[in-house]
Write a protein that binds this ligand. Structure first.
Ligand SMILES: CC(C)(COP(=O)(O)OP(=O)(O)OC[C@H]1O[C@@H](n2cnc3c(N)ncnc32)[C@H](O)[C@@H]1OP(=O)(O)O)[C@@H](O)C(=O)NCCC(=O)NCCS
Length: 207
């Protein structure tokens, strides 16, 4: 899932990532998943796949990603910047979660992560991908609309605090997949320019 020259990679989530994932989860969702849900999903969730986004490091060509990783290591910052989950049922995929650490939002990383996991869904043979989003979550809705998701229904009182869920879906036909790949190239060009560790979390060691 890593691409030569990109300063960020998306790789499968492992249990050792869970503390960093939970730190993001707690500040990203009004009703965070419990830590045990991630352990359970990673151990037994046969129809699920989870991914994390982090600076690239192993790729020798990727000097920018390696610099970023080594600065984060020195400052004791977790390298996990975001994560996403997919659930598969027959030829459908469901986006079960998606989050970017608040200090890293608004730079294209959410789009990059989402487009990367959508490519994974395509590779797994999914013909359609669905998701739920809160009506109050305008930022996520804009992201999904930009990618091409459309509103397909409402699940009343779906969330634990009683808020409805909007259902959204994207059919992964040939034309859409080709459009998503074009979009991904544009997003990659954007995230290629993120390299300096200038975000607040890094400077105050908040992680
Ligand atoms: C939703 C989320 C993953 C987006 O991550 P991100 O890294 O900020 O995403 P991007 O920088 O790629 O932005 C994607 C789009 O979101 C919208 N967006 C991002 N920040 C925004 C802001 N502050 N205000 C309005 N729209 C915004 C824009 O449409 C943007 O596209 P553009 O950059 O082409 O204009 C992130 O905000 C997050 O983790 N939120 C909390 C968890 C969550 O709500 N997850 C979704 C659950 S359904």
């Amino acid at each position: 899932m890593g691409k030569r020259g990109l300063p960020f990679v998306v790789r499968p989530m492992e249990e050792r990532d869970i503390p960093a994932v939970m730190a993001i989860e707690r500040v990203s969702f009004p009703a965070p998943w419990p830590e045990s849900a991630y352990h359970y999903e990673l151990r037994y969730g046969t129809g699920s796949r989870f991914f994390v986004l982090q600076p690239a490091g192993e790729d020798r060509a990727n000097e920018r990603g390696r610099r970023l990783r080594s600065v984060m290591r020195r400052r004791g910052i977790s390298p996990v910047l975001g994560y996403a989950g997919l659930r598969f049922r027959s030829d459908r995929a469901h986006l079960s979660t998606l989050a970017i650490h608040p200090d890293w939002r608004g730079r294209g990383l959410g789009s990059f992560l989402l487009l990367t996991v959508l490519e994974e869904a395509v590779q797994e043979g999914a013909q359609q991908i669905t998701l739920e989003v809160r009506p109050s979550n305008r930022v996520a809705q804009r992201l999904y609309a930009k990618i091409g998701f459309t509103h397909t229904g409402v699940r009343p009182g779906y969330y634990r605090d009683g808020e409805d869920a909007w259902l959204m879906a994207l059919t992964l036909d040939e034309e859409t997949v080709s459009r998503l790949r074009t979009l991904r190239r544009a997003v990659e060009a954007r995230v290629r320019t993120i390299g300096r560790l200038s975000h607040q979390g890094a400077s105050d060691g908040k992680w």
